[in-house]
Write a protein that binds this ligand. Structure first.
Ligand code: GLU
Length: 502
């Protein structure tokens, strides 16, 4: 059996789109499932739009997602180089073979002539297709014109009246008639190979056994099959994945919101949540199971379980998946991932790459109050804003609208006579004393207390929030976090305000 070799072949012209990640993921899963090899090939023949920066982003994103490749520009390997721009001699050699066997010919049609042909076809209601005008040119005369410096593109001679059929491993039997296929340009007049040609030369030279890619390439496949045939090379298996769509069933794009891995990372999604969610776009691990870790997916993955209906990207489902992974992540991991948002939101007083030991210990104790109730890591500082964001003017306005609010504030301030930090038991004891002093109990007592101490109508359990406030208030400036007012100080300030009538 030939070894399984698959490839992910992005064009480095921008950020890595989640649709492409899913293609990379399915290639990765198939390679891991069968002990095969995953190759990363950078399709950078579009010199105008390709950049090294984009290539670096793509590599970084794949690594972040846990999708390491076995061969590629950084990983190396025995089938390089792995950038198309470095493989030009291979394309030139294959083009020469096709020229010599009469399967390719030079075309001298100008862009204007081609545009007129195209417009005429469209006006006549037929799909635009190259007329084949230059097919009839004398081959040796054409070769002389090119040698003399005249610009000419190389076109592949598509055989007439053939049915090209293949079995797509996702979509089943597919066939195209060659009548609808115009002779494609395989090498542009400047010598740059066209996608359909370069991809065949590379997939053959890299001994790719399975081509797994987006359905947008399905109509390219018959051209590629014909090229394999003309070059006497064996065709790989093909699998075309359905497109990833937005909720309006248009291809997922910027107007639907975040689409690139970079954006999802910036918004605080965990990589394992993103890969798990993307795997479910088209693949079913079986049963009702949805939360499946990457290594487990790799044990179960089979192309036969990939569906071909369009996959709609559902942000709520992704948020649900992210919540799941956040809940099961360790505190240390969450803090490492979320720290940058504490820096971004100004909770950290210095833009340090890591929190200080003191801040780390404190945040580790506070994070569980946020991790179970936010969709994304970036929302954590906001969820914990009762610690740093307490503002007496704003809280005073809120609490004055609370039945019993002012009374509870005075009583609480009176009860907290020493500045010992409140732990859970001390808070409960203080709350009982306030109940005795005010006669308020249950919700009528705890709701104003919550507003007073956290500045919000809802939030984490007071039993956890109150001790966290006082632990935070005890931190010194060296912790590198914004100062936190103690519960006693909060009550004292408001009580003073109410006494002075402001
Ligand atoms: N560079 C192509 C793309 O990004 C690759 C297509 C293929 O996998 O053949 O769409």
């Amino acid at each position: 059996m030939t070894p399984l070799r698959v490839r992910f072949a992005p064009s480095p012209t921008g950020q890595l789109h989640v649709g492409n990640v899913r293609t990379a993921l399915f290639n990765w899963l198939l390679a891991r499932r069968h002990g095969g090899t995953l190759i990363l090939r950078v399709e950078d023949t579009d010199v105008e739009r390709s950049t090294r920066a984009s290539e670096t982003t793509i590599l970084t994103d794949l690594r972040w997602l846990g999708l390491e490749v076995d061969e590629g520009p950084e990983a190396g390997g025995g089938h390089g180089p792995y950038r198309q721009s470095e493989r030009l001699p291979l394309y030139a050699a294959a083009a020469q073979t096709l020229l010599e066997s009469g399967r390719a010919y030079y075309c001298f049609c100008t862009p204007a002539e081609l545009a007129t042909e195209r417009a005429a076809a469209l006006a006549g209601g037929s799909p635009p297709k190259y007329s084949g005008r230059c097919r009839a040119l004398d081959r040796s005369a054409s070769a002389r014109r090119v040698a003399a410096g005249e610009p000419g593109a190389l076109r592949f001679l598509v055989p007439q009246d053939r049915e090209i059929s293949f079995t797509d491993l996702v979509r089943g039997p597919v066939s195209f008639h060659t009548d609808i296929i115009g002779d494609p340009v395989i090498v542009r007049s400047g010598g740059v190979p066209a996608y359909n040609f370069a991809v065949v030369v590379d997939d053959a030279a890299m001994e790719i056994s399975h081509v797994i890619r987006g359905e947008d390439h399905l109509s390219n496949t018959p051209r590629q099959i014909l090229l394999y045939e003309a070059l006497g090379w064996q065709c790989p298996f093909f699998a075309h994945l359905s497109m990833v769509l937005g909720p309006d069933h248009a291809p997922l794009s910027k107007r639907h919101g975040a689409t690139s891995v970079v954006e999802f990372r910036e918004h605080g999604y965990l990589p394992e949540a993103l890969v798990n969610y993307l795997a479910l776009l088209g693949w079913s691990p079986g049963g009702n199971e949805e939360v499946v870790a990457l290594d487990e997916m790799a044990r179960r993955f089979d192309l036969a379980d990939v569906g071909h209906s369009a996959a709609v990207f559902d942000r709520d489902k992704l948020a649900w998946m992210n919540r799941h992974y956040m809940k099961s992540a360790s505190g240390e991991r969450l803090l490492d991932e979320a720290w940058r948002y504490f820096v971004r939101d100004g909770v950290a007083t210095h833009a340090r790459a890591q929190p200080s030991d003191e801040a780390r210990a404190f945040l580790l104790s506070a994070l569980p109050m946020a991790s179970g109730s936010v969709d994304r890591l970036e929302q954590m500082p906001e969820r914990l804003s009762f610690l740093w964001g307490w503002d007496d003017a704003a809280v005073a306005a809120l609490i004055q609208q609370e039945p019993g609010g002012v009374e509870v504030t005075h009583a609480f301030s009176r009860v907290l006579t020493d500045s010992a930090p409140l732990d859970r038991d001390a808070f409960r004891a203080a709350a009982s004393r306030v109940r005795e002093l005010t006669g308020l109990k249950g919700k009528q007592l705890f709701h104003p207390l919550r507003v007073l101490l956290t500045g919000a109508e809802s939030g984490p359990e007071l039993d956890q929030a109150v001790p966290a406030i006082d632990r935070g208030a005890a931190l010194g400036a060296s912790a590198g976090l914004r100062p936190i007012l103690s519960c006693q100080e909060r009550a004292r300030r408001l009580s003073l305000r109410f006494d002075s009538g402001s």
